[in-house]
Design a protein around this ligand. Structure first.
Ligand SMILES: Nc1ncnc2c1ncn2[C@@H]1O[C@H](COP(=O)(O)OP(=O)(O)O)[C@@H](O)[C@H]1O
Ligand SMILES: [Mg+2]
Length: 261
């Protein structure tokens, strides 16, 4: 097994607040890697550092054997790290296919003038984006929604479209921030299946999630953060039986039992 995304002693300070404090993490190729922890534990901040959105205070981030510490987020995206955000960021008044096509533009040569003048570069890129977009929708089982306006879809389907758009980058790893938040149990179940399928298709996935059932049943490895510090890392059984995790996060075991393991 080889490391795909590594954090080495990574910290982020906001003034006096240590939002993330000396965290080590190794995600291997083929993982569905879960990051859990109470609200404010530093999970999103950690993702923001991995993907180059926040400069890091100290430590290093490595992607597929390359030190990417403090590279620009667009450069990191091109190197193969795609992500989605805690709040859905789709264009509500555009179709599903158009939303997914936007994901390709980081990989095409179209510039502003090309799109205004409808140049041959623009037309070629548009055609390619259309073909690839349809291919991704087919692959992830969303073809039936291709012409639907994104704002008219259920919350659960919107999430999947957002993930499909991230796949347009052809990423080595996909970072997903709290995808099940606000979902009903059926939507959560569909999302779990969706993520497992993407993983079977070869994608390595890192997911921040609050829903214990989701994490325990979907992820093969889990990192637990509390007040910016790593308190545990391991497989679901290991995390479930860790005393500190139970005390810090699970309310002395209540949520672990609810996770149905
Ligand atoms: N841009 C920022 N400026 C100042 N403080 C921030 C910023 N982003 C996050 N924080 C703080 O860092 C801590 C961790 O936040 P966050 O990473 O969003 O937690 P989580 O995603 O685990 O809920 C919180 O105390 C939050 O208020
Ligand atoms: Mg968060």
């Amino acid at each position: 097994m080889s490391a795909l995304l590594e954090a080495k002693q990574v910290s982020k300070h906001f003034g006096g607040l240590k939002a993330v404090d000396s965290v080590d993490m190794t995600i291997n190729k083929g993982d569905i890697f879960g990051i859990i922890g109470p609200n404010g534990a530093g999970k999103t901040t950690f993702f923001n550092m991995c993907s180059g959105i926040y400069p890091i205070t100290s430590g290093e981030i490595w992607l597929d054997g390359e030190n990417i510490t403090n590279m620009h987020s667009e450069v990191i995206a091109r190197k193969g790290m795609a992500r989605t955000f805690q709040n859905i960021q789709l264009f509500k008044y555009m179709s599903v296919l158009e939303n997914v096509k936007i994901g390709f533009h980081i990989n095409t040569k179209t510039r502003l003038w090309d799109s205004i003048l409808h140049s041959s570069t623009y037309k070629k890129d548009e055609k390619l984006a259309e073909e690839k977009g349809l291919e991704i929708l087919e692959r992830v089982g969303l073809t039936e929604f291709k012409d639907t306006m994104a704002g008219n879809l259920s919350y659960g389907v919107q999430r999947r479209v957002e993930i499909a758009r991230a796949l347009a980058l052809n990423p080595k790893i996909l970072l997903i921030d709290e995808p099940a938040a606000g979902m009903n149990p059926n939507e959560t179940k569909a999302l779990m299946e969706f993520i497992k399928k993407l993983n079977k298709d070869g994608y390595t996935i890192a997911v921040i999630e609050h829903d214990m059932k989701f994490v325990m049943n979907t992820c093969n490895r889990i990192l637990v953060l509390s007040f910016g510090k790593k308190i545990c890392e391991g497989n679901p059984e290991h995390v479930k039986s860790d005393k500190e995790v139970n005390e810090a996060y699970f309310g002395k075991g209540i949520l672990v039992r609810e996770a149905g393991l």
